[in-house]
Design a protein around this ligand. Structure first.
Ligand SMILES: NC(=O)c1ccc[n+]([C@@H]2O[C@H](COP(=O)([O-])OP(=O)(O)OC[C@H]3O[C@@H](n4cnc5c(N)ncnc54)[C@H](OP(=O)(O)O)[C@@H]3O)[C@@H](O)[C@H]2O)c1
Length: 339
């Protein structure tokens, strides 16, 4: 049997959850005749896992000798809920179909438990799509840091402002609205002192982080007027609504954010900061909005600043994950290679 269609159903169920810092997981249960008899998904961290959600809806044992399809290896540990692997064994499921194995050492071991109980286990179904669905979770567990997204909007010649710093607007309202929606998918936005000083942006989000090592920004700037705000600085300060995060370097900052429970960061800044994140290896997904405009100018700012590079072979090379046209603009999504 080809399980791709049912695994896609699991992905769509999974997307309904707001599960951070947990993964998004969906589950479909078939009876012994191969008919769908239940569905479930993980709704929130601390609530039932997808397998439990789907199985507990079944009261009459109709899942006996059936198949359970789930996008992540069933957990095998007592966390906020008991192990799903035990419940699957108890319910007499005959076959389990999985997209991704669980890289979390605390939760892994589910496949082994199922196999030891005589259950057939099929893994790797739509594995790449599964990895993409939970790219934040997999990065968190494997790299022990947040998932970093860099958003930039540039002309076709890679410029984000003119030689005089004019930057409004490069892309269309349609592209900017799309970018505003994208921000909300991530735990926080992060920008720089220079961008706050140059643009005085509002950047609506529940959590905002501003890198301002020397405290150059005005605390009355629009960005500090809503949401929970943090300033990453070398200097100390007192403010009733703004908290300080100590700055040492970007890698230590990423580790601190992870310890604070921030699992994903949407970086929206100029070329100096975006270039620094790129150089530090903190670019897990890049959203590059490109307007069909050519500035034809050699001193305007670029999306990613850096040092002089001699060879094209030394370029940071990404894989194109998605291309989307938004009105007259184009959005290219890049992910590191190999994926
Ligand atoms: N088109 C777009 O997508 C977009 C988005 C945002 C902004 N912009 C434009 O970008 C322009 C500003 O660009 P920019 O290149 O001058 O500035 P930027 O990249 O926004 O910010 C530079 C600042 O970031 C901090 N920074 C840079 N590297 C760092 C590192 N390794 N560690 C810690 N902090 C670091 C420093 O701030 P401190 O020294 O103060 O700590 C530095 O002065 C503005 O005109 C704005 O309009 C465009």
């Amino acid at each position: 049997m080809n399980y791709n269609k049912l695994m896609r159903k699991c992905f769509n169920l999974a997307k309904r959850g707001k599960t951070s810092p947990n993964p998004m997981v969906g589950c479909v249960v078939l009876n012994s005749l191969g008919e769908i008899i239940s569905e479930g998904y993980h709704k929130r961290c601390g609530e039932a896992h997808a397998e439990r959600d789907a199985l507990l809806k079944l009261k009459n044992g109709e899942e006996k000798d059936g198949t359970l399809i789930v996008n992540l290896e069933p957990c095998n540990h007592y966390g906020k809920t008991p192990p799903c692997s035990d419940l699957i064994v108890e319910r007499g499921i005959k076959r389990v179909v999985i997209s991704n194995t669980d890289p979390n050492p605390k939760a892994a071991g589910g496949i082994k438990k199922l196999k030891n109980a005589g259950i057939e286990v099929i893994t790797g179904v739509l594995e790449k799509e599964g990895l993409k669905l939970n790219e934040v979770f997999f990065t968190n567990i494997i790299k022990k840091r947040p998932f970093f997204v860099i958003k930039t909007a540039s002309t076709l010649d890679g410029k984000i402002s003119t030689c005089k710093g004019d930057s409004k607007w490069i892309t269309s309202a349609k592209a900017r609205d799309y970018a505003h929606k994208l921000r909300q998918k991530y735990d926080c936005i992060l920008t720089s002192s220079s961008t706050v000083i140059a643009d005085n942006p509002t950047m609506k989000h529940k959590t905002k982080i501003i890198i301002d090592r020397q405290l150059k920004t005005d605390f009355n700037s629009e960005i500090y007027k809503n949401g929970k705000c943090y300033i990453v600085s070398e200097k100390t300060f007192e403010h009733p609504n703004i908290e300080r995060i100590e700055y040492t370097d970007l890698i230590s900052l990423s580790e601190n954010l992870y310890k604070m429970g921030i699992m994903s960061v949407f970086v929206e800044a100029g070329g100096k900061l975006c270039g620094s994140f790129l150089k530090a290896g903190l670019a897990d997904r890049i959203y590059n909005f490109i307007a069909p405009k050519i500035l034809n100018d050699n001193t305007g700012k670029s999306s990613f600043d850096g040092e002089n590079v001699i060879k094209i072979a030394d370029a940071k090379t990404f894989a194109t994950d998605n291309v989307k046209q938004l009105g007259n603009d184009v959005l290219i999504e890049l992910i590191p290679m190999p994926y």
